[in-house]
Design a protein around this ligand. Structure first.
Ligand code: FMN
Length: 265
């Protein structure tokens, strides 16, 4: 199953990807970034709206261009036919499989919002990253755990960049999307159900909903909780304007205060 999926993913990337500009696309990359937002779409029963499979696949293909620093460990790479070096894995659930997972959860009396989102989604991505273990412990013994190493930090960072590529591409096409921690979707039983190796760790369950969701009376749309709390970099972004040549803890604190006061945002 995995081999087929990865071959499909490779085929999804046109050789001349990125060479052509869509003349009708008027949004700059900065405008796309600024208009990205979390949209959770909830439906009590499965939606039947039209969707464009090729477009959804083209979103996933943008993950291929995310930066990554370290190769995934051999134990992960060996599972792929081409031993791909990237530290992330993406499991694509089309609308039919989303609905089947919904049924499966309902049959287990799941009362979370996940079945309602699966009733509305056109695609769900289970995006995992591949932890590098220092002690060689088998992944299945350490489900959802990892060593706090720089390598693993950068595997997570690269995987987050891959997810961001995908959700920005969805935003460009006005496809409502939601990057979630997964809730019930990060449990062992779901990994097994979807054929995801237990030595990978979920970084996001990423939902994609119908474009016309906002106009559909049968759904509820919920924004991200932190959206209105953004500070827009007023304090967390600052210029470094002087070097702290004799850095002891006292002078470091003084320098930080100075920098914050001089912030330009
Ligand atoms: C790694 C990650 C995990 C997230 N998990 C959840 C989640 O489990 N539940 C949730 O409501 N929002 C989740 N979010 C979305 C945030 O709530 C959302 O980004 C935030 O509220 C800001 O809103 P915005 O995306 O519309 O700007 C997650 C975002 C990230 C980056």
């Amino acid at each position: 199953m995995h081999g087929g999926q990865w071959e499909l993913a490779a085929c999804m990337i046109p050789r001349d990807y990125g060479q052509h500009q869509d003349p009708l696309n008027l949004l700059s990359i900065k405008e796309v970034i600024a208009s990205r937002k979390t949209s959770k779409v909830l439906a009590k029963s499965p939606l039947e709206s039209d969707f464009d499979q090729a477009l959804l696949e083209s979103l996933v293909a943008t993950a291929a261009y995310a930066p990554f620093h370290y190769m995934a460990a051999n134990s992960h790479r060996e599972k792929l036919p081409d031993k791909a070096p990237e530290p992330w894995r993406i499991y694509i659930l089309n609308r039919t499989i989303c609905r089947e997972v919904r049924e499966w959860l309902i049959s287990r009396d799941d009362r979370t919002k996940v079945p309602e989102m699966l009733a509305a989604s056109d695609m769900l991505l289970q995006v995992t990253w591949c932890p590098t273990t220092e002690d060689g412990a088998a992944g299945s013994e350490r489900f959802d755990c990892y060593d706090a190493t720089q390598t693993n930090m950068e595997h997570i960072a690269a995987t987050a960049a891959a997810i961001q590529n995908i959700i920005l591409a969805a935003t460009e096409h006005e496809i409502p999307n939601y990057w979630s921690s997964g809730g019930v979707l990060r449990e062992k039983e779901i990994f097994d159900l979807l054929g995801i190796p237990r030595d990978e760790i979920l970084l996001g369950s990423v939902f994609f909903f119908p474009r016309n969701a906002a106009r559909n009376q049968k759904v509820t749309m919920v924004p991200g909780k932190m959206r209105e709390r953004r500070s827009h970099g007023r304090t967390w972004c600052h210029w470094v304007e002087e070097l702290n040549m004799d850095a002891d803890s006292k002078s470091t604190a003084r320098n930080v205060n100075t920098i914050v006061r001089m912030g330009r945002n």
